[in-house]
Design a protein around this ligand. Structure first.
Ligand SMILES: NC(=O)C1=CN([C@@H]2O[C@H](COP(=O)(O)OP(=O)(O)OC[C@H]3O[C@@H](n4cnc5c(N)ncnc54)[C@H](O)[C@@H]3O)[C@@H](O)[C@H]2O)C=CC1
Ligand SMILES: N[C@@H](CC=O)C(=O)O
Length: 363
């Protein structure tokens, strides 16, 4: 039975939900997944840092109101997040990065990820900044240090869009991707259709845990811009920079516009897309589109998202599921930990079978 010691960087909605999953389902993970999880460090801008290499007791932390949590005064606690020291020095197997996404330069999350990989620690993150802006560099760094860099939750929350593309669409040529990739804006568009004004809808999306810390990124399309970059870079090998993806958000759409569209059999959706041009380069954009009711993406409502892969042999393959949500995104982190376990312990699992086959062969 393996055990992974985790350092959680950022203790907001997503990492707190991961801690809740570990506290509630740890025994089940051990039975079903073959490993146990222990949190040995937590850092947070507001709460400070907490370290216990014997395993932090999560129950009292989870019982506290998120806004009232302070690690100062606890044994192993400090008012200072001490991210660099925790990431580099505390003995952990996996650093779980879930601080704010910064769409401009990815910092400070980008440094958090670099420090962890350089220290020989695996990284799982839901943070789109480092993946979109420096994904190739970070994958190279991970390979140099013999560790994994996993980021399933950076696109479509816990819905396994990146692993579906990597593991299940092999041998197909993917010519383009198109999708609804932001839970907040899709939820807001639905509320506008019901006549709710934008500021009220934004507040509701924040309360439900869908929105970014600065919801401008959701409304103005920057969040989808990063997701289009990640998807296009992963499945089309595009190497897109932010300025390569034109971006318009939904802030110009009023409840009246949304209702007028409905009366014409249309629905406004914030669509992100990337497609290979005949010369091999990739064209990518984010823009609101009034989709006809029969379009596959028109029926995707609330925080649910969907991505359509356009392929040569299968035509269009569409994957749909939660695009935002604290627990849904924490599941993405769990799926990353499972991927790390499978990758680094594949030899352990197959060793007995190899031995049996070799022995049978020798006769
Ligand atoms: N909530 C969701 O549905 C999804 C979120 N994400 C991404 O996951 C990440 C976390 O999301 P949430 O937990 O919802 O955000 P959140 O805003 O609830 O939590 C972020 C936490 O990080 C902490 N933090 C910020 N900067 C820090 C720093 N320099 N050092 C230590 N702590 C720091 C904040 O104090 C806060 O507690 C974000 O990057 C977000 O874009 C990705 C997919 C879905
Ligand atoms: N704010 C984002 C969270 C997930 O990436 C969204 O609403 O999709």
């Amino acid at each position: 039975m393996g055990r992974y010691d985790l350092a959680l960087i950022g203790f907001g909605g997503v990492n707190r939900a991961l801690a809740e999953l570990i506290a509630a389902r740890g025994d089940r993970f051990a039975e079903e997944l073959g490993f146990t999880l222990r949190v040995v460090a937590i850092t947070d801008l507001r709460a400070g840092s907490l370290v216990d290499t014997a395993g932090i007791d999560l129950a009292p932390l989870l019982a506290a109101e998120p806004g009232e949590l302070s690690f100062a005064g606890l044994p192993g606690g400090s008012a200072d997040p001490r991210n660099k020291w925790v990431i580099r020095e505390v003995p952990a197997d996996i650093v779980v990065e879930a601080t704010f996404t910064n769409p401009n330069d990815g910092e400070p999350a980008l440094s958090h990820v670099r420090w962890a990989l350089e220290s020989g620690k695996h990284v799982c993150t839901t943070n789109k900044g480092p993946v979109a802006l420096a994904g190739s560099e970070l994958k190279r760094l991970a390979a140099e240090h013999g560790v994994s860099f996993e980021f399933e939750g950076s696109v479509l929350s816990g819905t396994p869009i990146l692993r579906t593309a990597q593991r299940l669409l092999g041998g197909l040529e993917i010519t383009g991707v198109q999708g609804i990739m932001n839970g907040t804006s899709n939820y807001i568009l639905g509320r506008l259709e019901e006549g709710v004004e934008l500021p009220t809808a934004v507040t509701q999306a924040q309360e439900l845990g869908y929105a970014e810390a600065d919801p401008t990124a959701d409304i103005e399309g920057h969040d989808v811009q990063l997701k289009v970059m990640i998807l296009a870079n992963e499945v089309l090998g595009a190497g897109l920079r932010r300025e390569d993806v034109s971006c318009t958000g939904i802030s110009g759409i009023t409840p009246q516009d949304a209702q007028d569209a409905i009366s014409k059999g249309l629905r406004w959706k914030l669509v992100g897309s990337a497609a290979r041009r005949p010369d091999g380069t990739v064209e990518a954009r984010v823009a609101p589109v009034a989709l006809p009711a029969h379009h596959a993406l028109a029926g995707i409502s609330g925080p649910v998202n969907a991505v359509a892969f356009h392929t040569d042999l299968l035509g269009t393959v569409t994957v749909s599921g939660p695009g935002a949500g604290r627990t849904e995104t924490a599941y993405a982190l769990l799926s990353d930990i499972i991927a790390i376990h499978q990758h680094h312990h594949a030899d352990d699992d197959t060793a007995p079978l190899h031995r049996v086959l070799q022995e049978t062969h020798r006769g």
